[in-house]
Each structure stands twice: as C-alpha cells, then as structure tokens.
Design a protein. Structure first.
Length: 331
C-alpha cells in the first residue's frame, strides 16, 4: 500500500488529476490518498499559495502527484517552493517521440536533467537605486549533485552520453562552477561520453539535430526552456511527464501549466499525467507496473483513435484515460 499525496492545483491541473486518480483507483496496486491544496484558488481561499499543511502532508507520503497551478501575481510559485522545501534537487524530463503522434522527428529519446533548487529560480529579486536585480545563485554542491544524477540516469537508461548545457562564456563565474562540477563528477564515469554546449547553440541543435543528445544536464532556467522546446518537437506539452527527485522525496507532475485556454472543456491531454504516474511507479520500484502504463499509453497513441484534440482526435480527457486504463488492465 502506497500513500500518495495528490495536489491538483488549478485549471487543467485538476482535470488531469481527476484522470490520474481514476487510473490509480482502477489498477491493481493498493494506494491510499491524501489531498493537498496549492496555487491560485488556494491563495484566494487561504491567503497563501502553499499552506504549511500541504507541505506537511507531502512530507508524510511515499510520493506526491502534482497537477499544475496558475501563477498568482506578486506571490511565490508554490511548485518552486515545494521543490526547494523538500529539496527535490533533480527534475527529470524525458523527451520521447511516440509512434502515431505527428512530431518533427520519430526517433527522439532524450532525458533532460534540470537542476531544480537554485539558478535563476532562486526567487530572490530586489530593487537597488534604479536597478532591479534577480539573483542567479549556483553552488558547487548542487551542481555536483545534479551532475551525479545525470550520469546515474545515463547508466540506468543504458545511454552513452551526457551533455552539459550552460553559458559559461558570458556567465563566467556561475556557469563556470556548473561546468567544472560536471566534468569533475564525470571523471567517476569514464565509460560515459561527455561534452558541453552553450545554451543558445544547444537550443538550435535540439531542433536541427536532436539525435546528438542522450542525456542533457542544465541549470534551472535553461533546463525549463529546453524541456518545453523538446516537448514541442515530439507532440506538445500534453505528452511531457516529469519527476522531481531528492534524497527523501519524489514529486511527479506533467510539465505543462494550468492551460487557461482549454480549462473546463474536458479536452486536456491526460497522457503527460499518466506518463508521470509511470515515472512515480518506477520511483516506488514498481517497474513492471510502470512499464504496463507506458506500454498502454504508447498503444493508445499509436492507434490514434481515442486521443484528445491536441493530437488530432476528438476524445475527452476521461475517454482517453479510460482507454489507456482498459489497455493496462487487459495487458
Ligand atoms: P501551459 O503549459 O499551461 O499551456 C501552454 C499551451 O499548451 C496552451 O496552449 C495549452 O492549451 C497547451 N497545453 C498544455 N497542457 C496541455 C494538455 N495537457 N493538453 C492539451 N494542451 C495542453 O502554459 P502557459 O499558458 O504559459 O501558462 C498557464 C499558467 O500555468 C500560468 O499561470 C503559468 O504560470 C502556469 N504554469 C504552471 C506550471 C506548473 O504548475 N508546474 C508550469 C508552467 C506554467
Ligand atoms: Mg516550464
């Protein structure tokens, strides 16, 4: 029995969470659920985007599933705060092409490993005279930790190469530390190929020649941007799952946000949530079950009949979810 903390958030975060909970209820693994509030609706009710109660419940669970939130003007981001408070320092974002999905390349299989607790997302901004300053904090410790995760994941996934993405030609001190940490940790993995690109070139290669990448490791903001770019290459944000992992906690969430443009229409693609659930089950050492979920999702995408409008279909969020669930139970 696994205790899963569900934080659905706002907009389609709630819709894809309903889909996720439906699937977890139906499959033959035992879960108990706790529910946490966060985000814009939560702020309107409680005056905070991330109540202490939510953090407490999250810490008591075996894993956390997160929907998406709508940003609240003038307030800190609850998901960034949660990543920092639970020290989930690694954000794993697989970018994969699926058969049946209209994408720019049909042979992409990249893992983006994004540092998740510092960089330009330190959320430290202040005014000084006539300047507004944002801190970009990079530590040797966090850079080494994230590099280690990237090499470990490379090994685990039987991949060959890790690419460090940075901008150390301009951000000499901060990204200098990041790049040095990457090569230092890399010495412990002699069998893995290593290289590094400046982020601007890296972004171009991702479009022109994504096959050159196996695992990418980068700082917080660059990793965020490259992973949405990667999602765009393979069918959009509806297919992009992620895991936030630290030494103690794991939180799994679709890469996408609350999508106000499609909220309430019941057409949000549930696959990013369902693939995030598969990542969660891998984290809980239920590898076999994770594979079942991935296989069922792939099969539904390949058939292309019962898929949401972002993939060219006409199915609702729940219709697609039920089809994937049916295939899991069949398989
Ligand atoms: P978004 O990811 O919500 O949407 C971008 C585009 O992708 C929209 O056209 C949307 O309809 C589409 N899309 C996203 N998920 C989809 C899905 N599952 N199925 C089909 N189409 C999908 O990003 P946007 O519009 O920039 O931000 C909206 C709100 O979400 C903002 O308040 C933003 O701050 C917040 N946000 C929250 C995140 C989180 O909770 N982790 C991450 C990114 C944004
Ligand atoms: Mg993002």
């Amino acid at each position: 029995m696994y205790n899963i903390n569900l934080i659905s958030g706002d907009g389609i975060g709630r819709e894809v969470m309903d889909a996720g909970e439906y699937l977890l209820d139906k499959i033959d693994l035992e879960f108990s659920f706790t529910y946490g509030h966060a985000g814009y609706h939560c702020f309107k009710k409680t005056g905070t985007t991330l109540p202490e109660e939510t953090v407490k419940k999250a810490k008591k669970s075996d894993a956390i599933l997160f929907g998406a939130i709508t940003s609240t003007p003038g307030q800190p981001s609850p998901i960034i705060n949660l990543r920092q408070k639970l020290d989930m320092y690694a954000n794993l974002r697989p970018i994969k092409s699926y058969e049946g999905v209209n994408c720019l390349y049909d042979d992409i299989d990249i893992l983006i490993v994004r540092e998740n607790t510092e960089g330009l997302y330190s959320q430290v901004e202040y005014e000084e005279d006539d300047k507004v300053i944002a801190e970009r904090r990079i530590t040797k410790e966090a850079s080494e930790k994230i590099s280690k995760i990237a090499f470990e994941q490379c090994q685990k996934l039987n991949k060959n190469k890790v690419t460090c993405v940075h901008k150390s030609n301009v951000l000499k001190k901060t990204d200098g530390v990041f790049k040095d940490a990457f090569y230092k940790i890399g010495e412990q993995y002699p069998q893995i190929e290593k290289n590094d690109y400046y982020v601007d070139a890296a972004a171009m290669y991702l479009v022109t020649n994504p096959q050159r990448y196996d695992v990418i490791v980068s700082t917080n903001l660059f990793g965020d941007i490259l992973s949405d770019e990667g999602a765009g290459l393979v069918g959009g944000l509806g297919l992009a799952p992620s895991g936030n992992i630290g030494d103690k906690y794991g939180l799994f969430e679709p890469v996408h946000g609350s999508a106000p443009d499609i909220t309430g229409k019941n057409i949000a693609n549930p696959a990013s949530m369902i693939l995030s659930i598969a990542m969660m089950l891998n984290y809980l050492d239920e590898e076999e079950y994770a594979k079942k979920i991935n296989d069922a999702t792939e099969a539904v995408l390949k058939e292309g009949k019962i898929v949401t409008p972002d993939l060219g279909g006409q199915a609702t969020t729940m219709e697609m979810t039920k089809e994937i669930t049916r295939k899991i139970l069949e398989g």
